[in-house]
Write a protein that binds this ligand. Structure first.
Ligand SMILES: Cc1ncc(C[n+]2csc(CCOP(=O)(O)OP(=O)(O)O)c2C)c(N)n1
Ligand SMILES: [Mg+2]
Length: 369
């Protein structure tokens, strides 16, 4: 008997609408109202400027560590824009841009980064989960939340964000498997930024693409140029519409690049060459979107400068609000209070080190005025 080929999906569509030089594929160009285009651009600029500012604040010891979005603004914004406000947003820890779109206040981000749980307080009305540090754990929550929407019979979609490294984690595969079997309305948005701290994409998995992992779980996989906001929007809208129509989950691999440090506790010069980063500067998602908006006459150079000035001012005011609130809240020692009923010895030691540090430094004293 001859050996036959099993008919199984192997095609992965690759989507790009706005190329590196800002040329647009007019057939695929989404019809986004001008006012939204400007809001999207403003959010991207604000995210970039805030990343720059919070890096300085961290280096000055005014906040703790964080993971910058720098370079990934289009991947996050094009995708979140394709969802509804009442859809579920299930994040990891690098989603500043998406959070700003969902209404995160700059001062709350800073409070959280300075150790105040208050900055991440959720009322239960936001339809989102807090930052998740354990890699890929949030993908399981996203499948569960989407399954709940399905059982309840509402039409909410859940979008979850994770990285290239996360696709090697057990949680990711369990979440994808369950989502495939139960046809949950989940959109798995992988930001392939080419790095998992110091592990490059090619050492992460032998898979040709990350998107093809979707096929093993019976769902479509799409690749998209993650620095093209229009392409990401198009791909995500397709996935969101499919999920809302009851046709199940999709995985999207947005190809992008982590332009900056993994977190402020990392030094990429130890493991990657500037030459590897350089080509990605040419693909900057904000520059590309600006070229598109200028050509479309949605923006002119003057508008661009005004937006930069306005967001810089907004951020400066938010930094002041943050420092006032932090001073009001006082010592953030309560970060130690809620994980254990009986404090383990290592945590007691960390608490002691922390209060000792706090007592020795006039933490908020110097920064006013
Ligand atoms: C379960 C688990 N293992 C290890 C870590 C340490 N860690 C933090 S970030 C990271 C890399 C994640 O890479 P990726 O999924 O590509 O996301 P990116 O940071 O690039 O956005 C690792 C291994 C962790 N937080 N959780
Ligand atoms: Mg990564």
């Amino acid at each position: 008997m001859p050996i036959e080929q099993v008919d199984t999906p192997s095609e992965i569509p690759y989507i790009q609408i706005l190329d590196q030089d800002g040329n647009v594929d007019e057939e695929l160009e989404p019809q986004i109202p001008s006012s939204d285009l400007v809001d999207l651009y403003r959010t991207m600029v604000k995210s970039r400027k805030f990343d720059e500012r919070r890096m300085k604040l961290q280096r000055q010891g005014r906040i703790g560590t964080f993971a910058p979005s720098h370079g990934q603004e289009a991947a996050q914004l094009g995708s979140i824009y394709a969802t509804r406000d009442d859809d579920w947003f299930v994040q990891s820890y690098r989603e500043l841009t998406a959070n700003l779109w969902r209404g995160l206040e700059v001062e709350d981000d800073l409070l959280y980064a300075a150790g105040y749980e208050h900055g991440m307080e959720l009322t239960g009305e936001e339809n989102q989960t807090p930052i998740a540090i354990p890699i890929a754990s949030q993908t399981c929550h996203a499948t569960g939340i989407a399954w709940a929407s399905k059982l309840k019979g509402n039409d909410r979609v859940t979008i979850t964000y994770f990285g290239d490294g996360s696709t090697s984690e057990g949680d990711f595969h369990e979440a994808m498997n369950f989502a495939g079997v139960f046809e949950t309305p989940t959109v798995f948005l992988c930001q392939n930024n080419q790095w998992a701290i110091s592990v490059p994409r090619e050492r992460q998995t032998a898979s040709d693409t990350l998107a093809q992992k979707a096929h093993a779980y019976g769902m479509p996989g799409i690749q998209v140029d993650g620095n093209d906001i229009l392409g990401v929007y198009h791909a995500t809208k397709r996935a969101v519409d499919r999920a809302r129509a009851g046709d199940g989950p999709t995985m999207i691999e947005a190809i992008t690049y982590r332009m900056n440090v993994h977190t402020t506790a990392d030094d990429p010069t130890k493991y990657r060459d500037e030459e590897d980063v350089e080509p990605w500067r040419e693909r900057d998602p904000i520059d590309r979107f600006r070229t598109y908006l200028l050509e479309k006459d949605v923006l002119d150079e003057g508008d661009h400068d005004t937006i930069e000035e306005e967001v810089t001012e907004e951020i400066a005011e938010a930094v002041e609000t943050f420092e006032d609130k932090a001073e009001e809240l006082g010592d953030p020692e309560d970060m130690f209070d809620f994980a254990y009923s009986d404090e383990p010895p290592y945590l007691a030691q960390q608490r002691e080190e922390f209060t000792d540090y706090w007592d020795r430094h006039d933490v908020w004293g110097d920064h006013h005025g």
